[in-house]
Design a protein around this ligand. Structure first.
Ligand SMILES: N[C@@H](CCC(=O)N[C@@H](CS)C(=O)NCC(=O)O)C(=O)O
Length: 216
């Protein structure tokens, strides 16, 4: 049975999951879904995505699963259990990857409040949102330090999750990264190592530009 992925291009969690599938060389049936038109969703997808009704939703061998980070952990645990991508056999290494994956949620909300809300809702970021953005990115900058990848010296699913999240900063042509040199270097270096990166994320800057001008 092929793997189905309910997907939206602009959605960072969807792209993180698709990059994981590409990294694992797994065949996937990508089903593009309009998150703004839930009334058009087929009943079968409403059932599969219950109760969150969000993308990404993965269906593997009849098993539906939502939440991008849980999906990524599931895919590597099932299809590449000996891979460094998610070190299932080394509890401490895996816990560190988990820590970074959870911290990515703080980064995501910092980005949403400092940039995305302005594009989608026309809401200028508050001082507290800008302060929080800086605080969270300073922490990520320190997490990366001199490491090659976010969780150490191996590529892990945490890198794929952060790459997708941070690609949202295309909204401001990545100028927000100037203050965080470790994050900036990691972001532009690691994406070049991934042969599928552009295919999955290449349209993001243009899509954000369209949203920005539509909401001016
Ligand atoms: N934490 C979830 C977020 C899922 C999510 O909110 N997806 C958005 C697209 S980025 C969505 O489906 N939004 C539709 C809605 O919430 O109604 C994940 O990582 O999968």
């Amino acid at each position: 049975m092929p793997i189905d992925l309910y997907y939206a291009t602009l959605s960072p969690p969807c792209r993180a999951v698709l990059m994981t599938l590409r990294q694992l060389n797994l065949d996937v049936n990508v089903i593009t879904t309009d998150v703004h038109k839930k009334e058009s969703w087929p009943p079968q997808f409403l059932k599969l995505s219950y109760p969150q009704h969000t993308v990404p939703t993965l269906v593997d061998d009849g098993f539906p699963l939502g939440e991008s980070r849980a999906i990524m952990q599931y895919l590597v645990s099932k299809y590449a259990p000996n891979s460094d991508l998610y070190p299932t056999h080394d509890l401490k290494k895996r816990a560190h990857v988990d820590r970074l994956l959870y911290y990515d949620m703080s980064i995501w909300y910092a980005i949403v409040n400092a940039t995305v809300m302005k594009i989608f809702r026309g809401v200028e970021p508050t001082e507290s949102a800008l302060k929080n953005f800086k605080k969270n990115f300073n922490v990520l900058n320190d997490f990366i330090g001199n490491n090659k990848y976010v969780a150490g010296n191996e590529l892990t699913i945490a890198d794929l999750s952060y790459l997708a999240t941070i690609s949202t900063l295309a909204i401001n042509d990545y100028k927000d990264l100037d203050e965080f040199p470790n994050v900036k270097n990691w972001f532009f270096r690691v994406q070049k190592e991934l042969p599928y990166f552009d295919d999955v994320n290449g349209k993001v800057p243009e899509l954000w530009k369209q949203h920005s001008s539509a909401n001016k």
